[in-house]
Design a protein around this ligand. Sequence first.
Ligand code: BG6
Length: 474
Amino acid sequence: MTFPKDFLWGGATAANQCEGAWDVDGKGESIQDHMRSGGRKQFRVMTSTIEEDSYYPSHDGIDFYRRYKEDIALFAEMGFKVFRLSIAWSRIFPKGDEAEPNEEGLAFYDKVFDECKKYDIEPLVTISHFELPYALAENYDGFSNRKTIDFFVKYATTLFERYKDKVKYWLTFNEINFGTLPLGGRNLLGILDEEDDEARRFQALHHMFVASAKAVKIGHQINPDFQIGCMLAYMTMYPLTCKPEDVLANQELVKKLNWFCGDVQVKGKYPYYMKNYFAKHGIQITFEAGDEEILKEGTVDYYTFSYYMTSCATANIDENGDRVGGNLFGGVKNDYLETSEWGWQVDPVGLRFSLNELYDRYEIPLMIVENGLGAVDKVESDGSIHDDYRIDYLRKHVIEMDNAIQDGVDLIGYTSWGCIDLVSGGTGEMSKRYGFIYVDKDDEGNGTFDRSRKDSFHWYKKVIASNGEDLATE
Ligand code: BG6
Protein backbone atom coordinates (compact mmCIF):
# COMPACT_ATOMS: atom_id res chain seq x y z
CA MET A 1 0.00 0.00 0.00
CA THR A 2 1.17 3.44 -0.86
CA PHE A 3 -0.67 6.10 1.13
CA PRO A 4 1.80 8.79 2.25
CA LYS A 5 2.41 8.72 6.01
CA ASP A 6 0.76 12.09 6.60
CA PHE A 7 -2.29 11.27 4.45
CA LEU A 8 -5.33 13.20 5.68
CA TRP A 9 -8.05 10.64 6.45
CA GLY A 10 -11.33 11.98 7.71
CA GLY A 11 -14.92 12.91 7.02
CA ALA A 12 -16.98 15.81 5.73
CA THR A 13 -20.14 17.72 6.68
CA ALA A 14 -21.81 21.04 5.90
CA ALA A 15 -23.26 23.45 8.46
CA ASN A 16 -26.77 23.60 6.98
CA GLN A 17 -27.04 19.82 6.93
CA CYS A 18 -25.86 19.16 10.47
CA GLU A 19 -25.86 22.16 12.79
CA GLY A 20 -29.58 22.86 13.22
CA ALA A 21 -30.06 25.81 15.63
CA TRP A 22 -30.99 27.80 12.54
CA ASP A 23 -32.27 30.87 14.38
CA VAL A 24 -30.35 30.98 17.65
CA ASP A 25 -27.51 33.15 18.97
CA GLY A 26 -28.04 35.79 16.33
CA LYS A 27 -27.93 33.54 13.28
CA GLY A 28 -29.78 34.86 10.22
CA GLU A 29 -31.70 32.81 7.67
CA SER A 30 -29.67 31.18 4.94
CA ILE A 31 -30.89 30.09 1.56
CA GLN A 32 -31.02 26.52 2.90
CA ASP A 33 -33.34 27.57 5.73
CA HIS A 34 -35.90 28.33 3.01
CA MET A 35 -35.69 24.85 1.49
CA ARG A 36 -38.59 22.76 2.70
CA SER A 37 -38.62 19.01 2.50
CA GLY A 38 -39.61 17.74 -0.93
CA GLY A 39 -40.73 14.29 0.23
CA ARG A 40 -39.28 10.85 -0.49
CA LYS A 41 -36.62 11.02 -3.23
CA GLN A 42 -37.83 14.46 -4.32
CA PHE A 43 -35.69 17.59 -4.49
CA ARG A 44 -36.34 20.18 -1.78
CA VAL A 45 -38.45 23.20 -2.64
CA MET A 46 -37.49 26.80 -1.97
CA THR A 47 -40.16 28.97 -0.34
CA SER A 48 -40.01 32.75 -0.06
CA THR A 49 -41.35 32.68 3.50
CA ILE A 50 -40.94 30.04 6.20
CA GLU A 51 -44.27 28.19 5.98
CA GLU A 52 -45.67 27.17 9.34
CA ASP A 53 -46.91 23.73 8.35
CA SER A 54 -43.89 22.70 6.32
CA TYR A 55 -40.78 20.88 7.48
CA TYR A 56 -37.42 22.53 6.84
CA PRO A 57 -34.67 19.96 7.47
CA SER A 58 -31.89 22.51 8.06
CA HIS A 59 -33.75 23.99 11.02
CA ASP A 60 -32.82 21.14 13.33
CA GLY A 61 -30.19 19.31 11.19
CA ILE A 62 -28.71 16.68 13.48
CA ASP A 63 -28.19 19.23 16.26
CA PHE A 64 -24.43 19.38 15.78
CA TYR A 65 -24.61 22.91 17.21
CA ARG A 66 -25.26 21.45 20.65
CA ARG A 67 -23.68 18.01 20.26
CA TYR A 68 -20.42 18.92 18.54
CA LYS A 69 -18.29 17.68 21.46
CA GLU A 70 -19.81 14.22 21.37
CA ASP A 71 -19.51 14.10 17.57
CA ILE A 72 -15.89 15.23 17.43
CA ALA A 73 -15.03 12.68 20.17
CA LEU A 74 -16.51 9.97 17.90
CA PHE A 75 -14.48 11.25 14.93
CA ALA A 76 -11.40 11.11 17.15
CA GLU A 77 -12.24 7.56 18.15
CA MET A 78 -12.14 6.62 14.46
CA GLY A 79 -8.74 8.30 14.27
CA PHE A 80 -9.70 11.23 11.99
CA LYS A 81 -6.75 13.36 10.94
CA VAL A 82 -9.04 15.93 9.31
CA PHE A 83 -12.63 17.07 9.69
CA ARG A 84 -14.23 19.00 6.85
CA LEU A 85 -16.99 21.35 7.95
CA SER A 86 -18.49 24.53 6.61
CA ILE A 87 -19.12 27.77 8.42
CA ALA A 88 -22.69 29.04 8.24
CA TRP A 89 -22.23 32.44 6.63
CA SER A 90 -25.45 33.75 8.21
CA ARG A 91 -24.14 32.87 11.70
CA ILE A 92 -21.31 35.32 11.11
CA PHE A 93 -23.11 37.95 9.01
CA PRO A 94 -26.84 37.27 9.57
CA LYS A 95 -28.01 39.32 6.59
CA GLY A 96 -24.71 39.34 4.78
CA ASP A 97 -24.25 43.11 4.56
CA GLU A 98 -23.69 44.11 8.20
CA ALA A 99 -20.72 46.26 9.16
CA GLU A 100 -19.77 44.02 12.10
CA PRO A 101 -19.83 40.22 12.47
CA ASN A 102 -21.95 38.38 15.03
CA GLU A 103 -19.63 37.52 17.92
CA GLU A 104 -21.75 34.60 19.11
CA GLY A 105 -21.40 32.94 15.72
CA LEU A 106 -17.64 33.40 15.68
CA ALA A 107 -17.37 32.06 19.24
CA PHE A 108 -19.17 28.85 18.26
CA TYR A 109 -16.55 27.93 15.67
CA ASP A 110 -13.75 28.80 18.12
CA LYS A 111 -15.19 26.10 20.36
CA VAL A 112 -15.45 23.62 17.47
CA PHE A 113 -11.84 24.21 16.37
CA ASP A 114 -10.58 23.98 19.95
CA GLU A 115 -12.35 20.66 20.30
CA CYS A 116 -10.69 19.42 17.08
CA LYS A 117 -7.30 20.54 18.35
CA LYS A 118 -7.80 18.53 21.53
CA TYR A 119 -7.65 15.39 19.37
CA ASP A 120 -5.12 16.64 16.79
CA ILE A 121 -7.80 16.79 14.13
CA GLU A 122 -7.05 19.32 11.40
CA PRO A 123 -10.16 21.35 10.46
CA LEU A 124 -10.79 21.81 6.74
CA VAL A 125 -13.20 24.71 6.35
CA THR A 126 -15.55 25.35 3.44
CA ILE A 127 -16.27 29.06 3.58
CA SER A 128 -19.50 28.78 1.61
CA HIS A 129 -21.36 25.49 1.19
CA PHE A 130 -24.55 26.66 -0.62
CA GLU A 131 -25.22 28.77 2.48
CA LEU A 132 -25.65 32.34 1.27
CA PRO A 133 -27.58 34.52 3.76
CA TYR A 134 -31.13 34.64 2.41
CA ALA A 135 -31.17 38.44 2.63
CA LEU A 136 -28.32 38.64 0.10
CA ALA A 137 -30.45 36.68 -2.34
CA GLU A 138 -33.59 38.66 -1.61
CA ASN A 139 -32.08 42.14 -1.54
CA TYR A 140 -29.13 41.87 -3.90
CA ASP A 141 -29.97 39.00 -6.25
CA GLY A 142 -27.06 37.00 -4.85
CA PHE A 143 -23.86 36.84 -6.84
CA SER A 144 -25.45 38.35 -9.92
CA ASN A 145 -24.82 41.62 -8.09
CA ARG A 146 -21.17 42.64 -7.99
CA LYS A 147 -21.59 43.98 -4.47
CA THR A 148 -21.86 40.40 -3.21
CA ILE A 149 -18.15 39.98 -4.05
CA ASP A 150 -17.36 42.50 -1.31
CA PHE A 151 -19.73 40.86 1.16
CA PHE A 152 -18.05 37.51 0.58
CA VAL A 153 -14.54 38.94 0.80
CA LYS A 154 -15.39 40.68 4.05
CA TYR A 155 -16.84 37.45 5.45
CA ALA A 156 -13.83 35.38 4.35
CA THR A 157 -11.39 37.98 5.70
CA THR A 158 -13.20 37.95 9.05
CA LEU A 159 -12.76 34.16 9.22
CA PHE A 160 -9.09 34.25 8.15
CA GLU A 161 -8.25 36.85 10.77
CA ARG A 162 -10.19 35.21 13.56
CA TYR A 163 -9.03 31.63 12.96
CA LYS A 164 -5.58 32.23 11.49
CA ASP A 165 -3.91 30.15 14.20
CA LYS A 166 -6.56 27.42 14.30
CA VAL A 167 -7.30 26.59 10.67
CA LYS A 168 -4.80 25.91 7.90
CA TYR A 169 -6.94 24.28 5.17
CA TRP A 170 -9.68 26.32 3.50
CA LEU A 171 -12.01 25.94 0.51
CA THR A 172 -13.76 28.97 -0.92
CA PHE A 173 -16.99 27.67 -2.55
CA ASN A 174 -18.47 24.19 -2.47
CA GLU A 175 -19.06 22.63 -5.89
CA ILE A 176 -18.70 25.92 -7.70
CA ASN A 177 -19.25 24.23 -11.07
CA PHE A 178 -22.93 23.69 -10.25
CA GLY A 179 -23.13 27.38 -11.12
CA THR A 180 -22.84 26.37 -14.78
CA LEU A 181 -26.18 24.54 -14.52
CA PRO A 182 -29.59 26.19 -14.47
CA LEU A 183 -30.85 24.30 -11.43
CA GLY A 184 -27.61 24.16 -9.48
CA GLY A 185 -27.04 27.84 -9.97
CA ARG A 186 -30.08 28.71 -7.92
CA ASN A 187 -28.73 27.75 -4.49
CA LEU A 188 -25.14 28.49 -5.14
CA LEU A 189 -25.42 31.84 -6.85
CA GLY A 190 -28.32 33.13 -4.79
CA ILE A 191 -30.54 33.94 -7.76
CA LEU A 192 -34.11 33.30 -6.61
CA ASP A 193 -35.75 33.78 -9.99
CA GLU A 194 -37.29 30.52 -11.29
CA GLU A 195 -36.55 31.64 -14.85
CA ASP A 196 -33.01 30.78 -15.91
CA ASP A 197 -31.06 33.48 -17.70
CA GLU A 198 -27.80 31.98 -18.91
CA ALA A 199 -25.98 35.28 -19.33
CA ARG A 200 -26.87 36.36 -15.80
CA ARG A 201 -25.87 32.95 -14.45
CA PHE A 202 -22.41 33.08 -16.00
CA GLN A 203 -21.95 36.71 -14.91
CA ALA A 204 -22.78 35.63 -11.35
CA LEU A 205 -20.29 32.80 -11.65
CA HIS A 206 -17.69 35.31 -12.80
CA HIS A 207 -18.34 37.30 -9.63
CA MET A 208 -17.79 34.13 -7.62
CA PHE A 209 -14.45 33.52 -9.37
CA VAL A 210 -13.38 37.07 -8.53
CA ALA A 211 -14.62 36.72 -4.93
CA SER A 212 -12.74 33.44 -4.53
CA ALA A 213 -9.52 34.81 -6.03
CA LYS A 214 -9.62 37.90 -3.82
CA ALA A 215 -10.15 35.70 -0.77
CA VAL A 216 -7.21 33.47 -1.75
CA LYS A 217 -4.94 36.49 -2.11
CA ILE A 218 -6.00 38.06 1.18
CA GLY A 219 -5.82 34.71 2.97
CA HIS A 220 -2.21 34.24 1.91
CA GLN A 221 -1.37 37.74 3.13
CA ILE A 222 -2.94 37.03 6.52
CA ASN A 223 -1.16 33.69 6.93
CA PRO A 224 1.28 32.50 4.25
CA ASP A 225 0.89 28.94 5.57
CA PHE A 226 -2.77 28.81 4.61
CA GLN A 227 -3.66 26.21 2.02
CA ILE A 228 -6.68 27.52 0.13
CA GLY A 229 -8.38 25.31 -2.41
CA CYS A 230 -11.22 25.17 -4.88
CA MET A 231 -13.99 22.58 -4.68
CA LEU A 232 -15.87 21.09 -7.62
CA ALA A 233 -18.44 18.38 -8.16
CA TYR A 234 -16.34 16.27 -10.47
CA MET A 235 -18.83 14.59 -12.78
CA THR A 236 -16.89 12.03 -14.77
CA MET A 237 -18.67 11.36 -18.07
CA TYR A 238 -17.93 8.72 -20.68
CA PRO A 239 -18.99 8.80 -24.32
CA LEU A 240 -21.96 6.43 -24.59
CA THR A 241 -20.33 4.74 -27.60
CA CYS A 242 -17.04 5.08 -29.45
CA LYS A 243 -18.89 6.85 -32.26
CA PRO A 244 -16.82 10.02 -32.86
CA GLU A 245 -19.94 12.17 -32.51
CA ASP A 246 -20.54 10.77 -29.03
CA VAL A 247 -16.91 11.31 -28.07
CA LEU A 248 -17.11 14.91 -29.22
CA ALA A 249 -20.43 15.54 -27.47
CA ASN A 250 -18.93 14.17 -24.28
CA GLN A 251 -15.86 16.38 -24.62
CA GLU A 252 -18.04 19.45 -25.09
CA LEU A 253 -20.05 18.68 -21.98
CA VAL A 254 -17.04 17.84 -19.85
CA LYS A 255 -15.28 21.07 -20.79
CA LYS A 256 -18.17 23.19 -19.60
CA LEU A 257 -19.17 21.12 -16.61
CA ASN A 258 -15.86 19.87 -15.21
CA TRP A 259 -12.99 21.84 -16.67
CA PHE A 260 -14.21 25.44 -16.88
CA CYS A 261 -14.30 26.33 -13.18
CA GLY A 262 -11.15 24.39 -12.32
CA ASP A 263 -9.28 26.01 -15.20
CA VAL A 264 -10.20 29.49 -13.95
CA GLN A 265 -9.39 28.74 -10.32
CA VAL A 266 -6.18 26.78 -10.91
CA LYS A 267 -4.80 28.44 -14.04
CA GLY A 268 -6.11 31.93 -13.31
CA LYS A 269 -7.75 32.69 -16.64
CA TYR A 270 -10.77 31.89 -18.78
CA PRO A 271 -10.15 28.97 -21.13
CA TYR A 272 -10.46 29.36 -24.91
CA TYR A 273 -13.44 27.03 -25.20
CA MET A 274 -15.62 29.08 -22.87
CA LYS A 275 -14.72 32.33 -24.62
CA ASN A 276 -15.89 30.61 -27.76
CA TYR A 277 -19.05 29.29 -26.08
CA PHE A 278 -19.94 32.77 -24.83
CA ALA A 279 -19.35 34.31 -28.26
CA LYS A 280 -21.53 31.67 -29.93
CA HIS A 281 -24.36 32.17 -27.44
CA GLY A 282 -24.25 35.95 -27.42
CA ILE A 283 -23.11 36.07 -23.79
CA GLN A 284 -20.97 39.02 -22.80
CA ILE A 285 -19.19 38.58 -19.47
CA THR A 286 -18.45 41.95 -17.91
CA PHE A 287 -14.89 42.03 -16.63
CA GLU A 288 -14.20 45.14 -14.58
CA ALA A 289 -10.75 46.69 -14.39
CA GLY A 290 -8.53 44.46 -12.29
CA ASP A 291 -10.59 41.27 -12.69
CA GLU A 292 -8.11 39.61 -15.00
CA GLU A 293 -5.20 40.36 -12.65
CA ILE A 294 -7.00 39.16 -9.56
CA LEU A 295 -7.90 35.85 -11.22
CA LYS A 296 -4.20 35.39 -11.95
CA GLU A 297 -3.09 36.39 -8.46
CA GLY A 298 -5.70 34.34 -6.62
CA THR A 299 -5.10 30.84 -7.94
CA VAL A 300 -5.66 28.00 -5.52
CA ASP A 301 -3.06 25.88 -3.70
CA TYR A 302 -4.82 22.57 -4.12
CA TYR A 303 -7.78 21.13 -5.98
CA THR A 304 -10.58 19.32 -4.16
CA PHE A 305 -13.67 17.62 -5.44
CA SER A 306 -16.67 15.46 -4.68
CA TYR A 307 -16.97 12.11 -6.41
CA TYR A 308 -20.05 9.94 -6.12
CA MET A 309 -20.91 8.54 -9.52
CA THR A 310 -20.29 8.70 -13.25
CA SER A 311 -22.57 8.67 -16.27
CA CYS A 312 -22.48 8.84 -20.06
CA ALA A 313 -23.08 11.45 -22.73
CA THR A 314 -24.27 11.06 -26.29
CA ALA A 315 -24.67 13.28 -29.32
CA ASN A 316 -28.31 12.31 -29.56
CA ILE A 317 -29.77 12.46 -26.11
CA ASP A 318 -33.38 12.13 -27.29
CA GLU A 319 -32.89 8.80 -28.97
CA ASN A 320 -30.21 7.08 -26.95
CA GLY A 321 -30.02 5.47 -23.56
CA ASP A 322 -31.94 5.57 -20.30
CA ARG A 323 -31.40 8.50 -17.98
CA VAL A 324 -29.82 8.05 -14.57
CA GLY A 325 -29.72 10.34 -11.54
CA GLY A 326 -26.93 12.23 -9.88
CA ASN A 327 -26.38 15.07 -7.44
CA LEU A 328 -28.15 17.76 -9.46
CA PHE A 329 -26.83 16.42 -12.71
CA GLY A 330 -27.50 12.95 -14.10
CA GLY A 331 -26.70 11.56 -17.51
CA VAL A 332 -27.18 8.52 -19.67
CA LYS A 333 -27.04 5.04 -18.15
CA ASN A 334 -23.84 3.04 -18.33
CA ASP A 335 -24.71 -0.64 -18.69
CA TYR A 336 -21.48 -1.71 -17.01
CA LEU A 337 -22.31 -0.03 -13.69
CA GLU A 338 -24.68 -0.68 -10.84
CA THR A 339 -26.77 2.06 -9.30
CA SER A 340 -27.50 3.02 -5.71
CA GLU A 341 -31.05 3.12 -4.39
CA TRP A 342 -31.17 6.77 -5.38
CA GLY A 343 -30.14 5.95 -8.95
CA TRP A 344 -26.51 7.12 -8.72
CA GLN A 345 -24.13 4.86 -10.67
CA VAL A 346 -21.32 3.41 -8.60
CA ASP A 347 -17.92 3.57 -10.33
CA PRO A 348 -14.75 3.10 -8.21
CA VAL A 349 -12.50 2.63 -11.26
CA GLY A 350 -13.79 5.96 -12.56
CA LEU A 351 -12.23 7.55 -9.48
CA ARG A 352 -8.75 6.36 -10.52
CA PHE A 353 -9.42 7.63 -14.02
CA SER A 354 -10.61 11.00 -12.69
CA LEU A 355 -7.64 11.42 -10.34
CA ASN A 356 -5.25 10.81 -13.24
CA GLU A 357 -7.12 13.22 -15.51
CA LEU A 358 -7.11 15.92 -12.87
CA TYR A 359 -3.49 15.55 -11.85
CA ASP A 360 -2.34 15.50 -15.44
CA ARG A 361 -4.22 18.72 -16.12
CA TYR A 362 -3.37 20.72 -13.00
CA GLU A 363 -0.26 19.19 -11.37
CA ILE A 364 -1.20 20.47 -7.92
CA PRO A 365 -2.14 18.39 -4.84
CA LEU A 366 -5.60 16.82 -4.97
CA MET A 367 -8.01 15.95 -2.20
CA ILE A 368 -11.28 14.01 -2.39
CA VAL A 369 -13.50 15.91 0.00
CA GLU A 370 -16.78 14.05 -0.62
CA ASN A 371 -17.45 10.44 -1.54
CA GLY A 372 -19.86 7.90 -0.16
CA LEU A 373 -22.99 5.86 -0.53
CA GLY A 374 -26.40 7.23 0.42
CA ALA A 375 -28.38 4.21 1.64
CA VAL A 376 -31.18 3.21 3.98
CA ASP A 377 -29.84 1.58 7.17
CA LYS A 378 -31.64 -0.92 9.35
CA VAL A 379 -31.19 -0.79 13.11
CA GLU A 380 -31.24 -4.32 14.55
CA SER A 381 -33.02 -5.10 17.80
CA ASP A 382 -29.72 -4.94 19.68
CA GLY A 383 -28.98 -1.51 18.19
CA SER A 384 -26.30 -2.69 15.75
CA ILE A 385 -26.23 -1.56 12.11
CA HIS A 386 -24.67 -3.89 9.57
CA ASP A 387 -23.88 -1.56 6.67
CA ASP A 388 -21.71 -3.93 4.64
CA TYR A 389 -22.94 -2.25 1.40
CA ARG A 390 -21.37 1.02 2.56
CA ILE A 391 -18.11 -0.68 3.54
CA ASP A 392 -18.04 -2.34 0.13
CA TYR A 393 -18.53 0.99 -1.68
CA LEU A 394 -15.88 2.82 0.37
CA ARG A 395 -13.41 -0.06 0.26
CA LYS A 396 -13.51 -0.19 -3.54
CA HIS A 397 -12.97 3.56 -3.76
CA VAL A 398 -10.04 3.46 -1.33
CA ILE A 399 -8.43 0.71 -3.45
CA GLU A 400 -8.68 2.95 -6.52
CA MET A 401 -7.23 5.89 -4.60
CA ASP A 402 -4.29 3.67 -3.80
CA ASN A 403 -3.97 2.70 -7.45
CA ALA A 404 -4.00 6.34 -8.47
CA ILE A 405 -1.27 7.15 -5.95
CA GLN A 406 0.75 4.31 -7.47
CA ASP A 407 0.12 5.91 -10.86
CA GLY A 408 1.93 8.95 -9.46
CA VAL A 409 -1.00 11.18 -8.51
CA ASP A 410 -0.37 13.57 -5.59
CA LEU A 411 -3.43 12.76 -3.50
CA ILE A 412 -3.15 14.31 -0.04
CA GLY A 413 -6.42 13.42 1.65
CA TYR A 414 -9.84 11.86 1.71
CA THR A 415 -12.90 13.01 3.63
CA SER A 416 -15.87 10.75 3.03
CA TRP A 417 -19.18 12.57 2.86
CA GLY A 418 -21.59 12.67 5.77
CA CYS A 419 -19.26 10.85 8.16
CA ILE A 420 -22.13 11.22 10.59
CA ASP A 421 -25.67 10.85 9.18
CA LEU A 422 -27.05 14.24 8.21
CA VAL A 423 -29.92 15.64 6.18
CA SER A 424 -29.57 15.07 2.46
CA GLY A 425 -28.52 18.13 0.50
CA GLY A 426 -30.72 17.27 -2.45
CA THR A 427 -33.90 15.96 -0.90
CA GLY A 428 -33.59 16.83 2.78
CA GLU A 429 -34.29 13.20 3.68
CA MET A 430 -32.65 11.59 6.71
CA SER A 431 -33.18 8.11 5.33
CA LYS A 432 -30.51 8.71 2.69
CA ARG A 433 -27.67 8.02 5.10
CA TYR A 434 -23.93 8.24 4.46
CA GLY A 435 -22.51 8.03 7.97
CA PHE A 436 -20.24 5.80 9.98
CA ILE A 437 -22.28 7.15 12.87
CA TYR A 438 -26.03 6.63 12.93
CA VAL A 439 -28.32 9.46 14.07
CA ASP A 440 -31.76 8.57 15.36
CA LYS A 441 -33.88 10.99 13.36
CA ASP A 442 -36.45 10.33 10.62
CA ASP A 443 -37.49 12.21 7.47
CA GLU A 444 -40.03 14.30 9.37
CA GLY A 445 -37.57 15.33 12.05
CA ASN A 446 -38.73 12.89 14.77
CA GLY A 447 -36.31 10.90 16.94
CA THR A 448 -33.99 11.13 19.91
CA PHE A 449 -31.05 12.39 17.80
CA ASP A 450 -28.92 9.85 19.69
CA ARG A 451 -25.71 8.70 18.01
CA SER A 452 -24.53 5.08 17.54
CA ARG A 453 -21.68 3.31 15.76
CA LYS A 454 -22.37 1.35 12.56
CA ASP A 455 -20.18 -1.56 11.39
CA SER A 456 -18.52 0.88 8.97
CA PHE A 457 -17.34 2.91 11.99
CA HIS A 458 -15.14 0.03 13.14
CA TRP A 459 -14.00 -0.69 9.58
CA TYR A 460 -12.94 2.91 8.89
CA LYS A 461 -11.12 3.06 12.22
CA LYS A 462 -8.97 0.12 11.08
CA VAL A 463 -8.39 1.69 7.67
CA ILE A 464 -7.09 4.89 9.25
CA ALA A 465 -5.02 3.10 11.90
CA SER A 466 -3.30 1.04 9.19
CA ASN A 467 -3.00 4.06 6.85
CA GLY A 468 -5.06 2.31 4.20
CA GLU A 469 -3.38 -1.07 4.47
CA ASP A 470 -6.05 -3.02 6.29
CA LEU A 471 -9.20 -2.89 4.17
CA ALA A 472 -10.46 -6.28 5.22
CA THR A 473 -14.17 -6.43 5.84
CA GLU A 474 -13.82 -8.78 8.82
C1 BG6 B 1 -22.87 17.21 -2.74
C2 BG6 B 1 -23.05 18.31 -1.73
O1 BG6 B 1 -23.32 17.65 -3.97
O2 BG6 B 1 -23.56 16.03 -2.56
C3 BG6 B 1 -23.53 17.84 -0.36
O3 BG6 B 1 -21.86 19.06 -1.57
C4 BG6 B 1 -24.56 16.77 -0.52
O4 BG6 B 1 -24.01 18.96 0.33
C5 BG6 B 1 -23.89 15.61 -1.25
O5 BG6 B 1 -25.13 16.35 0.67
C6 BG6 B 1 -24.74 14.36 -1.39
O6 BG6 B 1 -25.98 14.68 -1.93
P1 BG6 B 1 -27.31 14.21 -1.22
O7 BG6 B 1 -28.40 14.86 -1.98
O8 BG6 B 1 -27.32 12.74 -1.29
O9 BG6 B 1 -27.22 14.71 0.19
